[in-house]
Design a binder for this molecule. Sequence first.
Ligand code: NZQ
Ligand code: ZN
Length: 395
Amino acid sequence: MRNFEYCNRTKIIFGRGTEDLAGAETAKYAGKDGTFRILLHHSGGSAVKTGLLDRVKKSLKEAGVGWVELSGVQPNPRLSKVYEGIELVRKEKLGFILAVGGGSVIDSAKAIALGALYDGDVWDFYDRKKEAAEALPVATVLTIPAAGSESSISSVITNEKGSWKRGVNAECSRPVFSILNPELTYTLPPYQTACGVADMLAHIMERYFTKEPHVELTDELCEGAMRAIIRNARKIFSGGERDYDARAEIMWAGSLAHNNLLSTGRVGDWASHGIEHELSALFDIAHGAGLSIIFPAWIKYNIGEDTSRFARFAAKVWGVDGAFYDLEQAAMEGVFRLKNFFRSIGLPVSFAGAKLDVSKIPEMSKRAVTFGPLGNYRKLDEKDVQAIFRIASEE
Ligand code: NZQ
Ligand code: ZN
């Protein structure tokens, strides 16, 4: 096991009705002079329709917190909206951002929070020209369990100029608090629930596939978390859209999948995320759907690296009984079951399944390695990435 430091400052407020605490919790960050205005950031979509935004506003008002609103965040959040937010925060002298929505709204809020305190172009952080060291505090009311941004250090933004989708990891971006009410997820379209499930599974798989020895505790935590996600996703997809307990398990799993607890003492891979970002950037596909296409292909490409690891994944997560298979067959059976699970919840597992243009594979492979080879489990260069895209193009 490697040396590590683990610290996660995000206060999680979990359960029914917890959005009503948004105001009181935000007010704790007010300055001594008592006047406090924040940026209230959202998409203008489901949170408005369901009445969630009004409930949050009521709670802010009751706590004496004023706000300026910025809506219009799109999935795969855009840099132009971030610039708009930075300008607004500066003009209105706002010192705190409350994001109400999913990973896209939260990531947009995090980018605004970084940019507001930086004299240069906020894209410098995403372009790796500058290290992010300070940001305004961000808090969240989460509406979709998926990206894990509610307690992660990351934000991922799409720059429309050139269609670049890039992420920044910075401790200062970690939200100060996040409100998670599983009931808020009842209104999710099944496709979005499925995308979220794929993303959280991917966040665990990225960490699980490591060559680090003696990480038994986190190995088993990863396997247990993946089993719980699969089991509860199946409940939701067999008539349990309003099953509070299943929604609660999935919501909490989404945070634990990406709050770095499961990374302790080990090094994750992250190539599949890097490869997927090219799909989202070019085709504007949902991140989770991109991952359901890429991750099985990444596993297939790497099975020969350490077959026993993939066979263990098949046995512990997918219940593949080793007595009936040799190691490689068992590992392949794991990929087969992973793909079938994704299909069963309505996700694509190939380029064709998502109607993506395979002629873009060479271009995407080149762009994926802009900053050098991807991945830690095995370093992947342009030709490896291209091979993974080719595997992903087969159903
Ligand atoms: O805008 P609305 O109308 O709310 O629609 C959203 C959106 O269309 C809808 N939705 C969300 N909550 C809902 C709802 N619809 C009905 N009822 C609700 N309660 O769901 C759609 C997707 O929302 P989005 O915020 O885009 O989803 P997600 O949370 O999956 O975020 C995806 C973004 O996060 C990035 C992804 O790359 C992508 O850009 N990621 C961020 C990470 C991080 N910051 O740590 C890590 C991840 O690996 C990921 O890269
Ligand atoms: Zn992800």
